[in-house]
Design a binder for this molecule. Structure first.
Ligand SMILES: [Zn+2]
Length: 263
């Protein structure tokens, strides 16, 4: 049952998504800004991981608690804790849980966003810069859509710790709890790319990359799976899944890579 629920949730999520790592026009300024933001540091020198969340008015992240009384954003936190639990010195992980811990942006009034646009936004608004010991990830909740397609739910911008989330695609993905669950699962997925999965900086122990779909897993029970078909009313499945209290979405292949790469 657990596996079925994983699968139907993932089909829902990625039927909405053209997710993939997106590239930007590189510049010396951008390269210098993110030179320490790489998988080698995350799994060796990093002692603190800070997730910064930004939102445009009208694109606020979901906050509050799940049916089990735990915050929605604990899903991201628990998945980050799981991936870094193999480190000799386990890094401190800081994830905001409520809107007061997130940052409001001025309205950007854009209908589409290129990866360069999102990175430029971060150059303007980021609270703190990353270093080899303190990693920062920046998640932007935006109005408007990806310049690639109005179906793209979110994107991780390759070579940077910057993620864009297109909120209107999430709010179009069903009602209530479904949207909230889609949002957290999407963020875990995009953070997965930003951290270095699949084969995106963290080497694979065994081959499981779905090369036809870029840096995704061939394991349909893993949050890094990408399936481009299917959609149904899955609200009951999602509610059931959340009520089980099992948060960890990484497949065993991702976990094995994290363990092998950890110092
Ligand atoms: Zn992806």
């Amino acid at each position: 049952m657990q596996k079925l629920i994983y699968l139907v949730v993932l089909i829902l999520i990625f039927s909405l998504s053209g997710c993939g790592k997106k590239t930007i026009t590189t510049s010396s300024e951008i390269n210098a800004a993110y030179i320490t933001s790489n998988a080698s540091n995350y799994f060796s020198t990093t002692q603190k991981i800070v997730v910064e969340v930004y939102y445009e008015p009208g694109a606020e992240p979901f906050v509050g608690t799940r049916l089990n009384g735990h915050p929605y954003w604990e899903i991201l936190e628990d998945n980050l804790k799981a991936i870094f639990k193999f480190r000799t010195n386990i890094p401190v992980i800081i994830v905001p849980k409520d809107q007061a811990s997130m940052y409001t942006l001025p309205a950007q009034n854009k209908t589409t966003w290129t990866p360069d646009d999102i990175v430029a936004l971060n150059q303007t608004y980021k609270q703190a810069s990353p270093s080899a010991t303190e990693a920062h990830f920046y998640i932007y909740f935006l109005k408007g859509n990806s310049s690639d397609s109005a179906n793209v739910i979110a994107e991780s911008i390759n070579g940077t710790p910057v993620i864009g989330v297109f909120k209107s695609v999430i709010t179009g993905s069903g009602s209530g709890i479904v949207q909230r669950y889609v949002e957290q699962s999407t963020i875990v997925h995009e953070m997965g790319h930003a951290i270095g999965f699949v084969n995106n900086g963290v080497p694979m122990k065994t081959p499981y990359q779905d090369t036809a779909h870029g840096n995704h897993s061939t394991n349909s029970n893993c949050v890094m799976y990408w399936q481009n078909e299917g959609q149904a009313d899955l609200q009951n499945f999602v509610a059931h899944y959340i009520s089980t209290g099992d948060n960890i979405m990484w497949g065993p292949e991702v976990m094995a890579d994290a363990q092998a790469f950890s110092k």
